[in-house]
Structure formats: structure tokens, C-alpha cells
Design a protein around this ligand. Structure first.
Ligand code: GLU
Length: 430
């Protein structure tokens, strides 16, 4: 295992890291962050890079690279997802770990921020290969994760099954009496294996709630509103499901394979059923027309939900976006230039660290459920997520109006101030 330093870092995509640092520095200037605390927060506490071998179904061995970046734990154990994607590298993990620190701080839950994953395209591997890859990576991470230390969760291309393998591997390496105490080493587990009812929908539910809160603030309702969604995975699907249930129309969808549109509305459930028999993709869905990927951004709509990867909204498409509201389901979907253009055009952006925080709030409830040996019910869980997220929405909006800043800056300022306060109270060891 190699603990990566800046000098050792592998060639990487710098976009996400530049984006989050720019957001951080902008907010830090705004609140005149204590310069010593700024130095601490600009870099992650710990960076782990692991090259590990796994036997493939055909008997060959393949070596994979996995990452875990632990950015900050001033407010509690490190928390954040693991993603399986070819774009995963040390800088992506750094950026995503930082976003988790701000997200958990803003959410008001007792966690720090971390992120990681494995650089691979999961569609190229069988289920049993993915299981061995996951288990071997978990084993290699060893005590770098732990229920009171660093708690992974699902992210892009990982799911409850992945979390069940991690929990089982982690617990299996403990002595018998310790095993059952370690269930909360990961969240987002399958219901029936320590998972929380509704954790599957909690991120998408939160995105829908934020859109609803904004719409109510504008004195409007969701009935008849049009939305487009980029990414029809867990977040995109559930956000669309809840919006459609309230009478909104999904008029365009884009995924990694193509884009579709129908101004009359696309049935969310039927599209989801189609993706289940179409290798997970929306491509060629018969009740919508296929459109060019660039045209997707220009579709006529009220809301745009980016729920895929980072840096999707850029200077190239931002001038053409018709939506009045961007609800960031993904982490870091809007780059700096794209954001400037949208704000100048008076498009509201509900920032990722607020908009998609339903996921980690759901994770927090799962962690508490496991820790306390409790069983929570779906209605109660959704109600609790709603209460927390509505309060956070109001907090960010009030701050933005009071200081005359955009919502992202407001969200970052609140998040950073909470961490600054923690450092001021406890001081720096030794
Ligand atoms: N991967 C999700 C996120 O980016 C969830 C993290 C978690 O629940 O720890 O917020």
C-alpha cells in the first residue's frame, strides 16, 4: 500500500480538483477564513493508493488501482462513497472527498469527508469478478476503513450488493465476538443485511425535495413543470420518480449511450423497466425520439437535474440551457465557467453539497440504526430526511439573501464556518 504524497500522484484529470478548490477559496475569502485553518482544509489528511491483483474468470490475473482519500475528520469519522469508473484517479478522489467534507458539515451530521474507488469499467467484468475485486480491495484497505473511522457508501457504479461484500469481508476478518459490532463499516447495504429502508431513494428524494422547496419559494407548484435529467441511475431515476408523482413531466433524458426527448412527457417507470432489459441504458426507447447529445441541453424545460458525472455543464452548453433551475444530483456537475454563465443569466443552481445530501443523511440514519440495534421504518426515515433538508435549504437561502451571494457560496460558507469553529474550539495538537 502506498500513501500518496503530492509528488507521487499519478497522472490525473485536474478538472474536478480545480473546481472544488476554486469553490472553497471563493467561500474562504468571503468569510475571511482563519489562514491557518485554510492551510489545513486545502489538502486532504490522508491519501491511500493500492495496486492489488485479482484472478479473473479465465484464470488470468489483473492488477487494479484503488483509492481512498480522507480529507477531513474534524467533525467526526470520515464518510463518503466508493465509485467504480475509468475516470477515478487520485485527483478525482481528492476533489470528491473535499465535497463530502462540505456536504456533511452543511448537513449538520457528525462526519468528516472521504471518497475513493477503483479505476475500472464495471461493465467489462462478470459479477463474480466484481465480487473478488471488491473483496480484495476491502481486505487491502484493512483498518484504513472502520465503523468509527471511515465509512464508505455507494457512489457511481456501486450499489447495495457492493456494500454487502465490503461489510462481509471487513467483518470476516475480525475475531468472532467483534464481528457483529462492525456492521456499520459501510452504509447503503441491502435492506435485510443491515441496510436502511429507503436508503436507495434517499439521494433522489432529496433532489426532488430541493426542487420542490425552490418551487414553493417561487409561489408555484410542481404540477405541469417540465424537467430533464442527465444520468438515469439511482439518483436520476428516484428524483424523476418523485417529481412525476407530483405531476411534473420528464421531457428529456441523457445517459452515457445517448439522449432521448418527448415534449409530452416520458413515463419514468416505463423507461426504468426498459433500461432493465436494455443493459441499463435509455438508448432507443420507443416512446421518445433520439436526439443529438448537444441538443439535450437546449431542451425546453423548467428544471435540469445533472445526475451523472462531474464537469458536464460548461461554457459550451451553459448559454443554451433553457431551465430556470439546475438541481445538482451529481457531485461537481457544473464547472466554474459554466456556473458564471448560468448565474449571469439568472439561472438558479442548487449546489451539490445541499442538493444531493439526502444520500449521506440517509447513510447517517443507517449508521445510527446499526449502531443502536434499531429498525427504522420507511415513512419515518423519509420524514426525517425531509425535515433536515428543508431546514438546510432555508439556512442556505437565508444566508444567500443576507450576504447577497449565490447559493453555492452560501452553502460553502456555512459548511466551512462550522469546521472553522470546531478547530478554534479544540486547537491544533500538540
Ligand atoms: N456517494 C454519496 C455522495 O456522494 C453518498 C455518500 C455516503 O452516503 O456516505 O454523497
Amino acid at each position: 500500500m502506498i500513501h500518496v504524497t503530492e509528488e507521487q500522484s499519478v497522472p490525473a484529470k485536474h478538472g474536478l480538483l480545480e473546481n472544488v478548490l476554486q469553490q472553497f477559496n471563493h467561500a474562504a475569502d468571503q468569510i475571511k477564513l482563519n489562514p491557518n485553518i485554510r492551510k489545513i482544509l486545502e489538502v486532504p489528511n490522508t491519501e491511500i493508493l493500492i495496486n492489488f491483483p485479482v484472478k479473473m474468470d479465465n484464470g488470468d490475473v489483473e492488477v487494479f488501482t484503488g483509492y481512498r482519500v480522507q480529507h477531513n475528520n474534524a467533525l467526526g469519522p470520515y464518510k463518503g462513497g466508493l465509485r467504480y469508473h475509468p475516470t477515478v484517479d487520485i485527483n478525482a478522489a481528492r476533489a470528491l472527498a473535499m465535497w463530502m467534507t462540505w456536504k456533511t458539515s452543511l448537513a449538520g451530521i457528525p462526519y468528516g469527508g472521504a471518497k475513493g474507488g477503483i479505476k475500472l469499467d464495471p461493465s467489462k467484468y462478470s459479477i463474480s469478478e466484481l465480487e473478488r475485486i471488491t473483496r480484495r480491495f476491502t481486505y487491502a484497505l484493512g483498518e484504513n476503513i472502520g465503523p468509527e473511522h471511515d465509512i464508505p457508501a455507494p457512489d457511481v457504479n456501486t450499489n447495495p450488493q457492493t456494500m454487502a461484500w465490503i461489510a462481509d469481508t471487513y467483518m470476516s476478518t475480525k475475531s468472532t465476538p467483534e464481528r457483529s459490532k462492525n456492521m456499520h463499516v459501510v452504509t447503503g447495504k441491502p435492506v435485510g443485511s443491515g441496510g436502511l429502508e429507503g436508503r436507495d431513494r434517499s439521494t433522489g428524494f432529496g433532489v426532488y425535495l430541493m426542487i420542490r422547496c425552490w418551487t414553493e419559494k417561487m409561489g408555484e407548484t410542481l404540477q405541469g413543470k417540465k424537467f430533464i435529467v442527465q444520468g438515469f441511475g439511482n439518483v436520476g431515476y428516484w428524483a424523476s420518480y418523485f417529481l412525476m408523482r407530483e405531476g411534473a413531466l420528464m421531457v428529456g433524458v441523457q445517459d452515457a449511450y445517448g439522449s432521448i426527448a418527448n415534449a409530452e412527457g416520458i413515463d419514468v417507470e416505463k423507461l426504468f423497466a426498459y433500461t432493465q432489459i436494455n443493459k441499463g441504458s435509455i438508448k432507443d426507447y420507443a416512446q421518445a425520439s433520439s436526439i443529438e447529445n448537444e441538443d439535450f441541453f437546449e431542451l425546453d424545460c423548467d428544471y435540469f437535474i445533472p445526475a451523472a458525472l462531474g464537469n458536464q455543464i460548461t461554457k459550451d452548453n451553459a448559454p443554451h440551457i433553457k431551465a430556470r433551475l439546475i438541481a445538482e444530483g451529481a457531485n461537481g456537475p457544473t464547472d466554474k465557467e459554466g456556473e458564471r454563465i448560468l448565474l449571469d443569466r439568472n439561472v438558479t443552481i442548487i449546489p451539490d453539497i445541499l442538493c444531493n445530501s439526502g444520500g449521506v443523511i440517509g447513510s447517517y440514519f443507517e449508521w445510527l440504526q446499526n449502531r443502536n440495534g434499531e429498525m427504522w421504518h420507511l415513512e419515518e426515515i423519509l420524514e426525517r430526511i425531509e425535515k433536515k433538508m428543508r431546514a438546510n435549504f432555508d439556512k442556505v437561502n437565508d444566508y444567500a439573501s443576507e450576504k447577497n451571494v449565490d447559493l453555492r457560496t452560501a452553502a460553502f460558507c456555512i459548511a466551512i464556518e462550522r469546521i472553522e469553529q470546531a478547530y478554534i474550539l479544540r486547537g491544533i495538537f500538540p
